[in-house]
Design a protein around this ligand. Structure first.
Ligand SMILES: [Fe+2]
Length: 362
């Protein structure tokens, strides 16, 4: 997000205003019946074209589009005023609308340019019709004040929006850093799972991106993957790190960790979109998982992705009771479970991503 026209220098505004004014004056003079001599008209036209070229060159640089539009809108406003005035009695509102539209869209300076040009045009008309220009001065003041007020309000709103976006961004970054620290602390509890959450998060997002998840869903998947085993905090080390096989009761305790994780995170608003994935990362494609025995597409895609990556990372990591499996062996084991424990499409994408990585050596 950027603040429009924030760095536009005032002297550039004056330069553009003067040139736009010159374009208008010489353009008007070149076609005025008072100038009967062809050579005078030719000179006027040459000056007009030169001014147009300079304006075009200037507007090509930096952020001049809004000034060009302001100038064009004001010039277009003149015939509109000319046509509307005899019908409605007053056509000044055409210029007023232009000034309001320009200043609310692009801020004070382009608005002021539109105000000055509109007032001058209006001045020309009233001078030729009545011989007086007082109204034009009054309108010039009104238009300029409107442009200043509207432009300032718009700019303040934009600054507030930028500040808010910046603050939200900072807050999100801080929250994410805190979460990463938390997951590292969690992983460090068990040396064998160190780095598991972060590795899982990276690979899960890669698969999610490949499978067409939107940016917001990828962010949630990243958070869910970082925090998926946070519920293990509520399970005693005696069960969690038991060297031998677990009995039924202990297994039931382990099976509670997705629900415990869900309960820990459910009151943190920005984690709400990640909750479902945390809760269902141990569901199986064939419906034999936990905690809800969901099956197939009733398990969300992020949860199906996380389920595969979680197991792949566990298989390729060292455990006290076994060495880490090589990637190919782990993939073969996962492939065997495609359609059973895992979504076959997710497995296919994992295989493809890992093959690509191998090829590119990443
Ligand atoms: Fe888990």
């Amino acid at each position: 997000m950027t603040i429009k026209n924030q760095r536009f220098p005032i002297w550039r505004t004056i330069q553009i205003s003067m040139l736009a004014l010159a374009v208008w004056v010489f353009g008007a003079m070149a076609f005025m019946p008072a100038f009967k001599s062809h050579s005078t008209r030719l000179v006027m036209l040459i000056v007009l074209i030169t001014c147009l070229i300079i304006v075009a060159r200037l507007t090509r640089k930096d952020n001049y589009r809004s000034y060009l539009i302001a100038a064009i809108a004001s010039v277009v406003g003149a015939p509109a005023y000319y046509l509307i005035s005899p019908v409605t009695g007053h056509g000044e509102w055409v210029f007023a609308l232009i000034v309001i539209a320009i200043s609310s869209q692009w801020g004070t300076r382009p608005g002021l340019l539109a105000a000055v040009l509109s007032a001058i045009e209006y001045g020309f008309f009233t001078y030729y019709q009545t011989g007086a220009v007082t109204d034009a001065f009054i309108l010039a003041g009104l238009f300029s004040v409107s442009a200043l007020i509207i432009g300032t309000l718009v700019k303040h709103r934009e600054i507030a929006l930028v500040a808010r976006a910046h603050l939200a961004d900072e807050l999100e970054k801080t929250s994410e850093t805190t979460l990463i620290a938390l997951t590292r602390a969690l992983d460090a509890r068990d040396q064998d799972t160190e780095g598991h959450s972060e590795r899982t998060a990276i690979l899960a997002v890669e698969i999610g991106r490949e499978m067409g998840l939107k940016e917001a869903d990828l962010r949630s998947l990243h958070l869910a993957a970082l925090l998926h085993d946070i519920g293990k905090i509520g399970i005693s080390d005696a069960v969690l790190h038991k060297p031998g096989p677990l009995d039924e009761q202990e297994m039931a305790l382990i099976h509670k960790h997705p629900q415990i994780g869900y309960d820990i995170l459910k009151n943190i608003p920005f984690l709400n979109p990640a909750l479902d994935t945390v809760l269902h990362h141990h569901e199986k494609y064939n419906g034999k998982g936990y905690p809800n025995e969901l099956s197939g597409d009733s398990i969300s895609l992020p949860a199906r992705i996380l389920s595969v990556v979680d197991v792949y990372d566990a298989l390729t990591s060292h455990r006290p009771y076994r060495a880490a499996f090589p990637s190919e062996t782990a993939l073969e084991m996962i492939r065997e479970e495609a359609g059973q424990q895992f979504d076959p499409q997710v497995v296919q994408v994992l295989v493809r991503i890992l093959a690509d990585k191998k090829k590119t050596g990443k």
